[in-house]
Design a protein around this ligand. Sequence first.
Ligand SMILES: *[C@@H]1O[C@H](CO)[C@@H](O)[C@H](O)[C@H]1NC(C)=O
Ligand SMILES: *[C@@H]1O[C@H](CO)[C@@H](O)[C@H](O)[C@H]1NC(C)=O
Ligand SMILES: *[C@@H]1O[C@H](CO)[C@@H](O)[C@H](O)[C@H]1NC(C)=O
Ligand SMILES: *[C@@H]1O[C@H](CO)[C@@H](O)[C@H](O)[C@H]1NC(C)=O
Ligand SMILES: *[C@@H]1O[C@H](CO)[C@@H](O)[C@H](O)[C@H]1NC(C)=O
Length: 396
Amino acid sequence: MIHIILSFAMNLQVKVSIYNYQLYRHIEAPGWKLSWSWKGDEVIWYIGGAEATEQGDCSRIRAATLPHTCEKKPVIIDLMPGALYNKQVANCCRGGVLTSTTQDSSNYLSAFQMNVGGISIDINKTDELMPANFSIGVPGYTCSDPFQVDPTRFLQPGTRRYIQAFRTWNVSCTYSQFRASPSPTCCVLLSAFYNENIVPCPLCSCGCRDLPGTKCVSQDETPPLLELPHSDLEAPTPMVRCSRHMCPIRVHWHIKRVKITVTNLNFAKNYSDWNLVVQHPNMKSVTQVFSFNYVPLDQYGHINESGVFFGIQSFNDLLLQSGETGNVQTEMLLHKDAGIFTFREGWGFPRKISFNGDECVMPPPDEYPRLPNGGLRFKSRPWMGFFSSLLLVLMI
Ligand SMILES: *[C@@H]1O[C@H](CO)[C@@H](O)[C@H](O)[C@H]1NC(C)=O
Ligand SMILES: *[C@@H]1O[C@H](CO)[C@@H](O)[C@H](O)[C@H]1NC(C)=O
Ligand SMILES: *[C@@H]1O[C@H](CO)[C@@H](O)[C@H](O)[C@H]1NC(C)=O
Ligand SMILES: *[C@@H]1O[C@H](CO)[C@@H](O)[C@H](O)[C@H]1NC(C)=O
Ligand SMILES: *[C@@H]1O[C@H](CO)[C@@H](O)[C@H](O)[C@H]1NC(C)=O
């Protein structure tokens, strides 16, 4: 969930904080675009740490300096990193990007300040003043009506004293994958050292190549070299490599040591701060992960047998657009757990994978790579011994 906290001071200075409390879903570029509808004739005189996209029609205001925005439905965006020092406030200026709490516990908050004014404003009636129809301008999110909560307390800079807001309001925004995109955006490919057959992403996981109107870049076609034109404020339209699944993201899970490869098949997008959530019966047995960060999610109680993988800063936290370099890879070691230990049951394969918080399409379980001859059973001790040592070798 995303919480927007608006703290009003007596002089109608408002501090707005946007918190991303989601464990593994971040707000990526082009970032949040906060909007609401004023109920009356309010204007925003000044904003620090953010800006309104439009000034709008301020002709009704008779003042030497015009307001920052007079829009009835202002759209506020974050400033970019490196904004002028006198325009910054604490926790601003990250281009609207909010990390998930597991990935980076310092950048999951964005904040800005504004001075609101207008005709006939009475701070004693904040419920009348409080705007409606909040939106964070990111596909998939819907926001609640504002509700009043306990006034926020702020540590006064340079002191040990707290000052208190006059009124504080809370807006909660929730995400729905289906609302964000009616079709999935990611699929999973499975393979294993003991079976030559690769189990591909299910046909039409994210779309069907043969449907009229479907656009994609085929193998023999040169991918568009130029960045496809789009406004800085809009996410680019995907332009994917043609495939049977038509997903912009493909995750390949290979068993020997477990090897995961995430491939970007979208020519129009780099995924910054990507993450992968894996639900797997042996997630608690992860002993070592190479070239990715890994955080088990079991400590959060409600998510069973799951962990989140994400890139290492400045090494592979950016998943580049489709092409030779458009993939990231890890290998990991799971230590053996006798209870679940059987290749036959698809040991080692995940139950569920999500990329950037959106669930990937998995092959059906009956297609999972099988051991030759329909599988070997651990009937007698010698077999057990054989498999334990095989696994130990594989895990080295
Ligand atoms: C909020 O949206 C609803 C439905 O679109 C509309 O009826 C209402 O007037 C809007 N509120 C404001 C303050 O604009
Ligand atoms: C707001 O309320 C306070 C006391 O509750 C009162 O002193 C003040 O005059 C009120 N302000 C307005 C604009 O009505
Ligand atoms: C805002 O509302 C959410 C959801 O109802 C709640 O979990 C959160 O604690 C609230 N935040 C504040 C500062 O009251
Ligand atoms: C992706 O990042 C690379 C390297 O920073 C850049 O050259 C390329 O234009 C970016 N592509 C898109 C689609 O933004
Ligand atoms: C995780 O799932 C297993 C089996 O489904 C169950 O026994 C266990 O209690 C679950 N743990 C948590 C923390 O929910």
